[in-house]
Design a protein around this ligand. Structure first.
Ligand SMILES: Cc1ncc(COP(=O)(O)O)c(C=O)c1O
Length: 375
C-alpha cells in the first residue's frame, strides 16, 4: 500500500478540506461526492504538467497502480483482485455478454439502470432475467430465493439503492447465489467509500464502484473487484496494451503476454482521474472505512429520528438494511426541494420523493439544517 498518499484525518478534519461544506449543507453524495482540496490540487498540478509536456505519462500510470492498491485497502482485498474499470454499465455489460442462452440472472425492480439494462438486454439472446419484486421499498430474502431457484448464473444487486437507500443483505445473497452455483455481482457505485464492503468476508465474486460518488473522486476513475473464481469463469472482453503483464514493455508484437491478475480486465486509464483519485482514496483510507460507516449511519439515524418528530414519512427498513441514504415521501417534493435549496441544503429529487445522503464530511449541523427546512 502506498502509505505516502494516506493522510490520517478525522471526519471533522476532512470536512475542513471540502469546500462544498462552506457554501451549503451538501447532502447529495448519492448524486456525486464533492471533491476535497487535495484532490483538486493534484488535478490542477496534472493540468500544469500536461500542458507543459513536462511530466512523463509513466508517472500517471503509476498513480493508477497506487489507486488500485488504495482501493484494495479500502475493501480489505488484494491489489491482484482489482481491475481499473470506471463504469458500472460497461463492467456489467462485459460480464453479461458472456452469459449463455438459458442462464439465469436475478435483479430487483428498484435497481438503477446501469445495473439493470446490461442484464435485461441479454434477454434477446435467450438469457433469463428474473426480477425480484419490491414492497415497501425493499426486497424479501424469500423472494430472492424464489427467483434464484436451484440454478442461477448471477445475482446482481446494488450495495444500497440509488432510489431509496435500501441496503441489501449482501452476505445472505452471496450464500444463496453460491448455493445455486452462481455468483454475486455487487454494484457498489452506491456504497464503496460510504460503508464497509468486504468481498472476502461477505463472499462477493464481483464488485464495481465508480469513484465519483462515495469515493469523492473524479468521474472516469473506478474499480472492479473480481475474485479468482470470477476471473476463471469470466473473461475480459476488451484487450489492449493495458491487459499485458507489463503494459509498458509490450506495445508491439503478436505474442500476447497477458496479465494473470485482475489487471487483465483493466481499461486504459483516465490519467487526470487517477491523479485526483489517489488523493481522494488516500483521504478516505486515512479516516478509515469503519469510522466513515459509523459516522454516516449516525448522521442518517439522527435525520430519521428528526423526521419522526416532524411526522414526515420515510420507509421503515430494519436497522441492518439502513444506509447513509434516506428518501422521503412528501406531498409536494418539488416544493420541498425548493425549500431545502433556499435554506442552503442540497438534496436530490428522485423517484417520487426527495433523497438525502450523509457522508463523512457532513456533520450534525447539516442534518439539523435539513430538518429545520423541512419542518
Ligand atoms: C447504483 C448505481 N449504479 C451505477 C451508477 C452509474 O452508472 P455508470 O457507472 O454506468 O455511469 C449510478 C449512478 O447514479 C448508481 O446510482
Amino acid at each position: 500500500v502506498p502509505n505516502g498518499s494516506i493522510r490520517r484525518v478525522t471526519p471533522y478534519e476532512l470536512r475542513e478540506l471540502v469546500p462544498a461544506t462552506r457554501d451549503s449543507a451538501y447532502l447529495n453524495t448519492a448524486t456525486y461526492g464533492p471533491a476535497a482540496e487535495p484532490t483538486v490540487a493534484a488535478m490542477t498540478e496534472f493540468l500544469d504538467g500536461w500542458s507543459h509536456g513536462s511530466v512523463g505519462f509513466e508517472v500517471w500510470e503509476e498513480m493508477g497502480e497506487q489507486c488500485r492498491a488504495l482501493f484494495a485497502t479500502l475493501l480489505g482485498a488484494r491489489p491482484e483482485d482489482i481491475a481499473i474499470q470506471p463504469y458500472v454499465s460497461t463492467a456489467a455489460g462485459a460480464i453479461a455478454v458472456q452469459l449463455r442462452p438459458g442462464d439465469r440472472v436475478v435483479v430487483n425492480e428498484l435497481e438503477f439502470a446501469s445495473n439493470l439494462w446490461p442484464w435485461l438486454y441479454q434477454r434477446e439472446r435467450g438469457v433469463e432475467v428474473a426480477v425480484v419484486p419490491v414492497r415497501g421499498g425493499r426486497c424479501e430474502l424469500t423472494d430472492y430465493e424464489a427467483a434464484i431457484g436451484d440454478q442461477v448464473a448471477i445475482v446482481a444487486v446494488s450495495a444500497f439503492q440509488s432510489a431509496n437507500g435500501w441496503r441489501a443483505p449482501l452476505r445472505a445473497l452471496a450464500d444463496r447465489a453460491h448455493g445455486a452455483g452462481g455468483m454475486l455481482f455487487v454494484d457498489a457505485c452506491q456504497g464503496a467509500g460510504g460503508i464497509r464492503l468486504n468481498p472476502g468476508r461477505d463472499g462477493f465474486d464481483m464488485l464495481v464502484a465508480d469513484s465519483y460518488k462515495w469515493l469523492m473522486g473524479p468521474r472516469g476513475a473506478g474499480y472492479m473487484y473480481l475474485s479468482p473464481a470470477a476471473r476463471e469463469r469470466y473473461r475480459p472482453v476488451a484487450m489492449g496494451w493495458r491487459s499485458a503483464r507489463h503494459p509498458q514493455e509490450t506495445y508491439y508484437g503478436v505474442e500476447m503476454d497477458l496479465s494473470d491478475t485482475a489487471s487483465r480486465f483493466d481499461s486504459s486509464l483516465s490519467w487526470i482521474s487517477m491523479v485526483g483519485d489517489r488523493e481522494a482514496l488516500g483521504l478516505l483510507n486515512g479516516v478509515g472505512i469503519d469510522v466513515i460507516e459509523a459516522h454516516n449511519l449516525r448522521l442518517a439515524h439522527r435525520f430519521r429520528a428528526g423526521l419522526e418528530e416532524l411526522s414526515i414519512e420515510t420507509e421503515a427498513f430494519p436497522e441492518a438494511e439502513q444506509s447513509p441514504v434516506v428518501a422521503l415521501a412528501l406531498p409536494d417534493p418539488d416544493a420541498s426541494i425548493d425549500r431545502l435549496s433556499a435554506a442552503g441544503v442540497i438534496a436530490a429529487r428522485r423517484a417520487d420523493g426527495v433523497r438525502l445522503s450523509f457522508h463523512v464530511f457532513n456533520d450534525e449541523s447539516d442534518v439539523d439544517r435539513a430538518l429545520e427546512a423541512l419542518a
